[in-house]
Every structure is written in structure tokens, then in C-alpha cells.
Design a protein around this ligand. Structure first.
Ligand SMILES: [Zn+2]
Length: 55
């Protein structure tokens, strides 16, 4: 799936209506911080998955 740009903040979003989750729930001010946290969380989850697969 290709990322689209949020029509509110122009950050990449996968939402079909092109409004990212942060804008939807009204956290635009915290947006950069939130995205950063989400990215970190994603990486963390991927690392955990890899470790789980390696068993
Ligand atoms: Zn947004």
C-alpha cells in the first residue's frame, strides 16, 4: 500500500480519507512527537518479531 499525504499536516498517512490518525483525534500540536513515538514503537515491534522468529 502506498502512503498518501495527510491533507491536514502533509505527513504521510495510510488512511483512506487522507487524514492521518493524529489529525483525526485532534493531536495536531503533538503530531511530530506522536509520529516519532509511533516510528520508535514500530521499530521496537519489528525487533521483537525478529527475535521471536529466531526463537
Ligand atoms: Zn495529519
Amino acid at each position: 500500500m502506498k502512503a498518501k499525504k495527510c491533507i491536514e499536516c502533509e505527513k504521510e498517512t495510510y488512511q483512506a480519507d487522507q487524514i492521518c490518525v493524529a489529525c483525526k483525534i485532534g493531536l495536531t500540536q503533538m503530531h511530530a512527537e506522536l509520529i516519532d513515538l509511533l516510528k520508535k514503537d514500530k521499530k521496537w515491534n519489528l525487533q521483537k518479531l525478529k527475535i521471536a522468529k529466531m526463537g
